[in-house]
Ligand binder design. Sequence first.
Ligand SMILES: NC(=O)c1ccc[n+]([C@@H]2O[C@H](COP(=O)([O-])OP(=O)(O)OC[C@H]3O[C@@H](n4cnc5c(N)ncnc54)[C@H](OP(=O)(O)O)[C@@H]3O)[C@@H](O)[C@H]2O)c1
Length: 353
Amino acid sequence: VSVKVILWGMGEMAKGMAKMILEKKGLELVGAIAKRKEKQDMDLGTAIGLDRKLGILVECDAAKVLAKTKRAVVLHSTNSFVSSVCGELEQALNAGHDIITIAEEMIYPWASAPEVAQKLDRVAKGSGVSLLGTGINPGFIMDTFVIALTGVCASVDKITVTRINDLGSFGPTVMRTQGIGKSVREFEDGVAAGRIVGHIGFKESISLISSSLGWKLDEIVQSREPIIARSERVTPFIRVPAGKVVGCKHIAEGKMNGRVVIRLEHPQQIRPEVDGVLTGDCIVIQGIPNIRLNINPEVPGSIGTIAIAVNMIPRVFEARPGLVTMADLPLPSAIPDDFAGFFQADKLEGFVD
Ligand SMILES: NC(=O)c1ccc[n+]([C@@H]2O[C@H](COP(=O)([O-])OP(=O)(O)OC[C@H]3O[C@@H](n4cnc5c(N)ncnc54)[C@H](OP(=O)(O)O)[C@@H]3O)[C@@H](O)[C@H]2O)c1
């Protein structure tokens, strides 16, 4: 028996998820929803760049795709913000499907949109299904993984996480939203105007950590600083001379009783190695005991997001109905071969058409 999977969004992450699912037993792709009309009726194999057809057609009519299957897990990857995705999520929940979304704000939607979070929770419970937000970051490296590490601490005073990564493979949208190629002045104007946003999801990551530890924070403050090139840096999409901005150092701090207790630092830039900067993830917990974990280079964002979204399918399938977080569910793990053994037989009944 296979659990049916619908892809909502046909971008880079969805293509990777589709390819990963095709390599596994116990999961079956049954539908794909796209936005652009050119993709309507395209075979899914072609849409994800394979040289073979899969016999599943990509469709732009979400309602039609969602209605074809009685119960499926929807892997949702269309947008970052709760306000943009809540309608889509509600529609899929109402159609009776579990959802895993990689929308950054959905890893802890209570942080920015508590009323929407409550509504989605209610709708999911009404349909007897579950909704999870996940991803590499937010969703794992700077929150879930950190929470798990505190499990071996008797007490925690402060958490500092730094993720230094390379944006060299990303396209024009990321260059624009990080202010890459701009002068310092243009960068500062862009931040002030909200055009340069840096990382999305810090408020959510900090809220997920603090809620797990039972910390009541006073406030979360964020800053965005330009990273300036010392030497020219070049990618397939952009050439940035020395002196211009090659990235955004985004910092968020959660304060409790006036003291910083969670600090997340994410300097994202193109080709950091050109100026001798090494990439990596570093988690420091000051407490009993003190813990320092270094991962060099950093866990890659694309495959990390694709894998965790697919690997969470059995966890979401088995979860209690409602809106859940990574901290509510059993630990994620890789499922190297067959997913079938991870689904309880009684729950599978509803999945068989
Ligand atoms: N949590 C994390 O760690 C994490 C990691 C990676 C990505 N993300 C987020 O996940 C989202 C997807 O990432 P990506 O790299 O796959 O982006 P992408 O390549 O830009 O793909 C997004 C896709 O969604 C489609 N889409 C947008 N609105 C839609 C709608 N209403 N119905 C159907 N399809 C729709 C777009 O269609 P068109 O091509 O037709 O416009 C596009 O193909 C982004 O918001 C990204 O920031 C989160």
